[in-house]
Design a binder for this molecule. Sequence first.
Ligand code: NAD
Ligand code: MG
Length: 397
Amino acid sequence: MNKVQNITVLGATGTIGVNTLDVIARHPQRFRAYALTANSRFEPLLEQCRRFRPRYAVLLDVLAAEQLESGLRAQGLEDTEVLCGLDALERVSAHPEVDTVMAAIVGAAGLQPSLAAASSGKKVLLANKETLVMSGGLFMQAVRQGEATLLPIDSEHNAIFQCLPRDFASLEPSGVTKILLTASGGPFRKFTQEQLAHVTPQQALNHPNWVMGPKITIDSATLMNKGLEVIEAHWLFGAAPEQIEVVIHPQSVIHSMVQYNDGSVLAELGNPDMRTPIAHALGWPERLASGVAPLDIFATGQLDFERPDTARFPCLRLAFEVLEKGGTAPATLNAANEIAVQAFLDNGLAFVDIPRLIERVLEEIGTHPVHSLEDVVKADTLARLTAQDWLERKTAC
Ligand code: NAD
Ligand code: MG
């Protein structure tokens, strides 16, 4: 029998983290939650510690870590050691006793821990697409040098991975001509420009098919999520921008497709539930029960496909543009987007101003080559400052 796999779940209290623990709990003979991490809310992490008894629990925030420590002791839970800070996140990602790391922190904050997991040769289940957007070249190099196994969790990329040959190395030798990346189109697919100008965060947070954290839900509404996924597909599968086509598929039943040179198009279908890609990656190369209901193909009925409209959703165009530019441009786009999304959620920026702000920042700070992680971090910091500055000037007018 296989030994029990020790898993670190980065971002354990988020949507992906909770779904990962749901799958882990279904297979206690195969997986152990070894380290669980979160940002600053200690209560949900305390509850997870009570249930999963991890070796480590990590909070980024020092005060929250102290509260977690007191909570654990009050409940007599002595087996979990509490750590805090970015160093600790990296430590539990690279720990020698850890086999697998679920990288599910949201945003740029996930970069360093994901890199630590890759460099130390873990099985890396990558949900944090921002890592690949910001530093795809460096991350893929860390995977190769660390001899890590990289498995995509994003449902589209997981679907593509499933539709590629087992010995896949690059597109042409496998006969792949195109990757068809599906997108639901989000809640505003049919909105006019005029209607888009007035949408609220509440409306944008109401995704038609998927339950996700707030940042990725807004990204889905602007189509920036699809833009980030185009860049993610570029790095994961070595696809040039013209080999990636975005297809709006409102039912979210087909999670993406791969087109081959003989005319075949392979697709992965299923209910929109992240436990499918999570179980696929956790069990890979074997299959595991995930708790997801089987797809009722008769109830599904119709499958529709449309071309995306980048005039109404310019974020998708911007993502293709930064992919062509390369260097620090994708990191700049990512950072400006994080600031813009937060401002929109705080009612400080209109929905249609999200792409405008990102475009401004891209124009203002230009693109530089990436030689090291420092170059990426610098671009990220500068983009955040520039975006904040633009927001402040805008409110002052
Ligand atoms: P979420 O907001 O629900 O959860 C985020 C998690 O990250 C939480 O545990 C939070 O505590 C932690 N976190 C936040 N900021 C942090 C920081 N500065 N330092 C350390 N930890 C921090 O997000 P989510 O929807 O679970 O998404 C997580 C990642 O997975 C994102 O990169 C997202 O793009 C990707 N993803 C999510 C889905 C989905 O269905 N939710 C699908 C595909 C990809
Ligand atoms: Mg996705």
